[in-house]
Ligand binder design. Structure first.
Ligand SMILES: [Cu+2]
Length: 108
């Protein structure tokens, strides 16, 4: 019985992977959809390379402004992510996660 449950769980995970772009417009360019907007840093975890930001609208990713967690790509300067900092961020979607690909201090 445990083996059957395990097999069903595996099948369910494989199916989930194929639903990653559910509800997104068709087109191969959606794989690389990016959005650039402002992000106000709330908290940061430098070890995990994640941060909570209040971000502006990102229509390319189907999102209005909100506060949410982001992953920070390896080549982004994480020292920019100080609580209270205002940044301009470029974001893409990797599965369930939103990943910051680039960040710079917001222009005055
Ligand atoms: Cu969001």
């Amino acid at each position: 019985m445990i083996d059957i449950l395990l097999a069903l769980t595996l099948v369910a995970s494989v199916q989930d992977m194929h639903h990653g772009h559910h509800g997104m417009p068709a087109g191969s360019e959606m794989e690389m959809a990016q959005s650039t907007t402002f992000g106000d840093v709330r908290t940061v975890d430098t070890d995990a390379r994640t941060a909570f930001l209040r971000h502006g609208p990102m229509p390319e990713l189907g999102m209005t402004g909100m506060v949410m967690p982001f992953a920070i790509a390896e080549d982004v300067d994480i020292t920019l992510f100080q609580p209270g900092a205002s940044l301009t961020i470029t974001v893409t979607r990797h599965g369930e996660d939103l990943v910051i690909l680039a960040a710079e201090p917001e222009a005055e």
